[in-house]
Structure formats: structure tokens, C-alpha cells
Design a protein around this ligand. Sequence first.
Ligand code: DAH
Length: 394
Amino acid sequence: MDTLNSLVLEKFTDDAVKSFFQRLSDQFQNEAAAVTTPQQAEEFRLRCQGRKQGILTKVGELLKQAPPEHKKNVGISFNRFKSEIGSEREWHKNVGLAGLTPETSPYGNIQGYLDKLKAAEIKQNEIDITLPGTVRAPGIPHPLLKTMHEIVAVFHHLGYSTNLGPQVESDFYNFEALNFPPNHPARDTQDTLVIAAQQTRPSRDRLLMRTHTSPVQIRTMIAQAPPIRIVIPGKVHRNDAADATHSPIFHQIEGLCVATNITFSDLKGTLDHAMKALFGSDVKTRFFPSFFPFTEPSADVQISCIFCGGKGCRKCKHSGWIELLGCGMVDPAVFAAVTAERRKVDPSDDAYNPEKITGFAFGMGVERIAMIQHGISDIGHFYSGDMRFLEQFA
Ligand code: DAH
């Protein structure tokens, strides 16, 4: 822009002004492109923007001579040129030094500018403590899972471990090995969905959605010899119409204890303890004869009504008792089915000889227990995803 001194603007006609600024602009761009260091950038900036000797100042003065009728046009061109050069704040961008940071720049003005920028940024991000905070509700376990964990924990304290099994189960594990023979009417009590296109397979291999967690008893015994103490939480499926107390998909916790000298007293003592641990030490239990194909004898366990203490109320249908789970001593036919499977691997296997070992089993519905624990009247609430319901368990 040294040419500036030689630039004389004699006429202020549109063409003359235009070419004057065009030359200035070209010169500016050429020199800006040649700047490579912060020092050069600052020198260049002073030559352009310096208050007394800067080119902008000089051009401004030159333009003051413009006759009134050209002032407007000249002013517009001048402003355009000024914005091309940019303000001091934008300087380092114009000369290609945008990558400079306050740390890397030894450069007073840029440093100052960047400091200011940084301060402004911090201000923007400053926390306004008068604004309401963002409430992030912490997650909670679903009430069903919570109850499941509680029940499992009671048995863990008794030395039980946990086992899991598949929801898509074969007929053998879900029914046959549990002493539900093919076409036996006991199967009708546990209708379910079957997996399609299984007709060509042998009936024991046909797949279905498991109707209870009991098949995992079989899987566990086939895999390991006694002693066994396990609980099996899980999801089960039934062809049941949904109503206030039924759902086609629900949850159970199964228990199995097999060892030498396990008696019905052990079963009673274990479940009595578990019910007291879950519902409070005042709760009493009683055992009613029942039937399950895989236990003999079988029983239904009732607890004294936790709502009325046993006096009789609407919740217990004025009986004073609430039926809660099924149980019994493992049927020798179940041990026989397990032994037959184990002998496919080891023909001499005798781990589940019913002359030597006995066991008990039990199964309970998680939903039913959670509903009693919390006084919930409709099973559908558990699956609705309604936050108004779920929040109550936070
Ligand atoms: N599997 C049974 C059902 O779903 C519940 C049950 C009853 C499990 C007695 C057991 C048991 O282990 O001994 O109805």
C-alpha cells in the first residue's frame, strides 16, 4: 500500500472512486497474503489501522475533500474497504493467523483480543444460580425387580445360589421331565404359546414359551450332582386372558433344595422363615394339601392375612389367610427323568437315586407377592410404564 502516497484522487466520479478502492483492495490482499509471523501481522496492522499514520486514516482524510454530491458514494466505498480490512478484533483472522491462542501468541493486541474473547465466553457459560436447576430423577429398580431381588436375597442368606434358564423351552424340560406326560390333563392348566413349525420334531424337542420356572430345576440337576440349593427367578408365559390378577407374561421364583435327609420339615421351616423375612415376623404360615405333577406330597402355602392380621377382611375373602405359593417334596419320577438324562453321559450315574437323596421345591409368583406387599389391586400397573405408578416406588 505504499502506492497510497502516489495515489492521487483528482476526480471523485464513480469510476475514479471505484478504481481507487479496487487498487487499494488488491494491494491489501497481496500484502496480507505475505504475512507469516505474528510480528509481521502487527506491523502490517499498524500500517493499515494506525491512528495517525495508518492507511485508513490517510484515506479518510483524502476523502474529506470529496465534493458534497459525491460524499455519499465515496462514504459507501470507504466503509466497504474498512470492513474488508476488518476491525482490530478480526485482524488475526484477516491475516491468516486465526490459529493463534493466547498461549502461543507473543502478540500484545491479539493476546488482548483473545483474552477478551475468552472472558466473554466464560461469562456466557457462567452459572446463573437464580435459574431453577435441571431435575434429573435418579432411576429406580422396577417394583417387580425390587421384589424379585428381595426374595432372592432372603434365599441367598440361607446359602442358596441363583440359576437362570431360557424362556423358549423344550417340551421335555417344561413338561415331560417334570412328570407331565404327553397328553396328560395336567398340561391343560399351563397352556402356552408354542413355537411354529415344530410338528416334524419329536414331541420332547418341540419348543414353547416356558409356562413356569420349574424346567430350570431339571436343567440344574442334569448339570450338577447334589447337594443343590438354588433359586431361579424368571419370566414365564401362559395362555391366560389378562385381568386384574392375570397376565399372559409374568414372573416366578422357583426354589430347589436337594441333598441327603431333606424332609418336609425342612421345607416348612425354610418357607416359614422366608415368609417372615418378606412380610414381617408376625406372619404365620400354613400348608394345605395340593397337587403338582413334579412334587409328592404337594402343598399350597398360605400366610396369615397381612392386612387384617388374620381376623378376616375383604382382601383375604374373610378367611384370614392368603394363598401365596406352591411347594412339595421332589417326586421320584423327576429324579428318574434326571437320572435317565445323566446316564446318557455316564451310564453308572447314581447321583439322584431317590433311595439316597431327597429334596423339596417351591414356586411363587413375583407379581402376586409384590401386589400384596404394596397393596396393588391391578397387575396391569406393573406393565403400563405409567410414571405416576412407578414414581411411588422411588
Ligand atoms: N411350577 C408351578 C406353577 O407354575 C409352581 C410350583 C409349584 C413350583 C410347586 C414348584 C413346586 O417348584 O414345588 O404353577
